[in-house]
Design a protein around this ligand. Sequence first.
Ligand code: AMP
Length: 564
Amino acid sequence: MKYSILVEVYAELEKHSGKIKKAEVVSELLKETPAADLEQVVLLLGGRVFPVWSDKEVGVAIQLMIRAVSRAAGISPEEVQKQFNKSGDLGLTAEELSREKKQRSFGKKELTVEHIFEGLRKLAEVSGAGSQERKLDFIAELLISAKPLEARYIVRTVLEQLRVGVAEGIVRDAIAKAYSVSPEDVENAWFLNQDYGEIARIAKEEGTEGLKKVRIKIGNPVFVLLAEKAPTLKEAIESFEKVGIEQKIDGARLQVHRKGNQFWVYTRRLENVTKQFPDIIEYCKKGIRAENYIVEGECVAVDKKTERPLPFQALSQRIKRKYDIEKTLKEIPAKLNLFDVVFLDGESLFEKTLEERRALLEKIVFPQKGKIELLEQLRTKNLKEADQFYRKALNESQEGVMVKNLEALYQPGRRVAGGWLKVKPTLENLDLVIVGGTWGTGKRAGWIGSLLLGCRDPDTGKFLDCGMMGTGVKEKETEGSVTFEQLTKLLKPLILSEKESEVKFKPKIVIEVAYEEIQKSPTYESGFGLRFPRFLRIRTDKAPEEADSLERLKTIYGQQKGKK
Ligand code: AMP
C-alpha cells in the first residue's frame, strides 16, 4: 500500500477531535487495506512499529532527527533548530522545508507502508559503532524521497509523537465498523491476543466467529484483571456477597506460564522478563504441581539477612537488569506470592469464579517458605475481623488490602466493577506522567529541578498537565530515594523541545504522586491543579497508558468537595 494513502488519513484524523468521526475515518481505511498490510497499517495508525508491550524502540532522539531533516533539506542543523523553535513541531518544520525544496526537484520514488514500517523496525536493531550515522543516513534518505506531507508524519512517527489521536478504543471501534462485528468481540479477542493487526485480519477474514475463537496461548502475555478503588473497607466488603480479603503487597505482579519444560514470565505491562527470573521459574517448577498453566502472583524482593520483604524499588532493579543476572539473583533474592490461576491443563479458567480458581490454585501449589507461597486469603464479611486484617497489613508495611468478589469471573484487561477492590489509607495517590519540567538553578543547577505532571485523556490519548512538582525528589542520594540527578538522566533522552529553561518531555515516565488537594485551575490544560504534590516513586510497572485519567481527577475533586 502506498504510504501517501495512510498519510492522507493521518491528516484527516488531525482535523477531527471526536472519537466517533475518528473511528469512521480509520474504518474506511481498514476496509481498503489488503489483509497482508493490516498489521503494519494498524500499528502505524497508533504511531508505532512495535506493539505497546514490546521492549524494542526505534531509538532516534530529537538531535539526530534535526540532523536528518537538515541533510534532506540541504540547510544547516542550526537553521532547522531555529525553524523548529518557531513551529514547536519538527514534523511541521520538515514538511515546510520539504515543500520549499520540492519546487526545485523532481522524480521522487513512491514510498510504501511496507518500506517505512520495515525500515523503522530495522532501525531498532542498529547498534554499535557508527549506529547513529547509519540511522541518520536511512532517515535522511526517507525524507528526501518523501512528499511534504509524508515528511511531516515520518518525522513524528520516528520520534514517537504522531499526535493524530488514535487511541486503542478508536482502533477497536474502527475494526468493528469496518468488518461489521461488535466492538466487545473485538476487545475481548484483543485482551487475549494483543495484536490489533492480527485481530483486524481475523475480523476481516473470519468475522465474529473467528474473533470468538481467539484463545489465550500459553507463552503469549495476557492482559490482567485490574482493581478498582474503594473509599473504605466497610464499603468494599459490603459490595459483594462473598468476599476474600488479601494483603495488597508492594511488589511486581508477575504472570508465569508453563508448557511442559518451557517457561515464560511477564509483568503486568506484558514485558517479557523470563530471563530476569530464573529463580522464580525454579520455584514454580518445584512448587506447582502441574505442567500446563498460567498463574499470577505478586513478586517481592527479600532482604538477604532478615528475609523481610523489601520495597518495590529493590525488585525493580531485578526487572531492569539484563546482564549479570546470576549475580543479582544472589544479591536480591525474590519470592512469589501466588493469588490466581487463569489457565490450567489446556483449559482457560476465565469463566470460573474466583472461588473455583482459588480452589484449583490451592490444589496445585505446594508452598516453600520464602520462595513460593500462597497469598493468605481471609473470607469474612465481619468488619471487625476485616479491620484487624487490614491493620496487620499496614503494620507489616503493605499498601493496604484487596477485597475480592469470590463470585466474579476473571475479566482480562478491565477494571471491572464487581471484581477486585483495593483499599488504601488517605486520599489515594495518583499515577501521573512527566510531560515537562524546568531546569533548576542554584543547588539544582544542571538538573531538572521541577516536573510538570500530566494526566491521561482517554479520548485523545494525550496527556494534559495538572501540576508542577519539586518536592519528594532528593538532592543527595539516600537509601531507597530518587535524586534529581537520576531523574534528569532518565528524562534527558526524552526531551522533545526546550524554550529557555522550560523543557517538554515525551510522556514515558509514570510516577506516583501524593498531594493534599485537587483544585480547579485555569493554568493547566486539564483544568485541575494538584496542591502540594509530592513525589513518591517511579512506577516502572506502569505504562503511560495506565496512568490516572482526567476522569479520575474529576472524581476525586468531586469526592473531596463533598467532604468539606
Ligand atoms: P494498582 O497498581 O494500585 O492499580 O493495584 C493493582 C496491583 O496490586 C496489581 O496489579 C498487583 O500488582 C498488586 N497486588 C498486590 N497485592 C495483590 C493481591 N493480593 N491481589 C491482586 N493484586 C495485588
